[in-house]
Design a protein around this ligand. Sequence first.
Ligand code: BG6
Length: 484
Amino acid sequence: MQTNTGFKDGFLWGGATAANQIEGAFDVDGKGLSSADFVEYIPKEQRTKDNSMEVTTEHIQKVLSGEYEGRFPKREGINFYYHYEEDIKLLAEMGFKAFRMSIHWSRVFPKGFESEPNEAGLKFYENVFKTLKSYDIEPVVTLSHYETPYGLTEKYNGWIGREVIEHFEHYAKTVFKRYKGLVKYWMTFNEINIINISPFTGGGILSDQLENPKAASYQALHHQLVASSLATKALREIDADAQMGCMLARMKHYPYTCNPEDVLKAMQDDQMNLLYTDVHALGEYPNYYKQFLKENDINLDIQEGDLETLKNYTVDYISFSYYMSLLSANTEEGIRTEGNLMNSLKNPYLEASEWGWQIDPIGIRVVLNEFWDRYHKPLFIVENGLGAKDKVEEDGSIHDSYRIDYLEKHISEMKKAVIDGVDLMGYLAWGPIDLVSMSTSEMSKRYGFIYVDKDDEGNGSGERTRKDSFNWYKNVIETNGGNL
Ligand code: BG6
């Protein structure tokens, strides 16, 4: 049923996080190491494309041997492991209906391939889910959010190994059984498209060990897609009331000019971004992808039954992150700017965040309509937000009008998309409580309604403070999007 604000009753307003960016306690209660535990903080001046997210075998060995002196903020997060009760209480004060979090696979299976799970890890998530439920907040759970157990990297070079499918299936079945009735909304791989952009981040893959990293990343993608469908199958068997979604970093490509060459390039770039949801929603590899594989001389090892699995177990809903749009042109020339996972030519019509991500609220209406027209499945925005530096005033207040402005504009375009006719389940703002940045491991790139007193060097009390956006979002939720 639609209310007069356009949003359904029961619309899932809330926020989203990932285990490695909030929990801390990276080696506590039996947790094993994961890919995120090797990512260090590098100050901006020293950061290069090569040392920001992808890590090398040499780096891993140095860290393991204790020779390394860097800081690893994803090992610390914001101490949610010990602080979750107070944090959830604050989210409940804002009226959250849903909270997205991930399970750290290596907290449940420390190396990723054990047969028996770590009870302390399972218990932790059970406590968190129960706390959320006690405030009527629906947990929305990602099985794998840039946190591949290091044991799988060591043994199989991460998702390069087909064996990992079976280990993932076992992990998925274990948590589905344990949290049956507690968790209704699941998704498999966060921003699954990252596997072909940063294979270590998305799949615990060390590319320097591979002869042809590009081809290998598409093989790893095949493994993840099959694993994702097998998890969907398992969920249907174990908990018929639960729902499974996929998760894409949606990167809408606009043509740089109206030159048909640019239009074609934008369409092709867009297809390669939609590949992942095409498979998850429609259950097969599209022709443009088969052509891409041929042109790039990539022969996927597809085993008997794989294609049937993809076909038979498609997702219930399409979830995605949206931060910005990109430009495509048939030339490399032009001014470029940074972005989520990818950089782009600069769009003269758009402003950008301090990190160069181009701010495009109308784009969210465009992508919602396109998704709906393409798949006719319910849609769920599971990440959106502005990374910005906040200033704490002398009295402790934080006036983040820039964040309110970004969110207000995106939510109002989202509202128009609902009026256009798309079926939207919910909206989860990224990082409702400040957390460690995925791409830069900074704390100063903040998304939250709740400020966490911690800086890039790890100093600070960890104290939580409500920003101006806290009450603003509370009111948005209270009025079901009526007051923006
Ligand atoms: C998404 C990721 O790509 O963007 C999150 O799923 C991430 O993990 C978010 O934190 C924002 O990116 P960043 O680099 O600003 O933290």
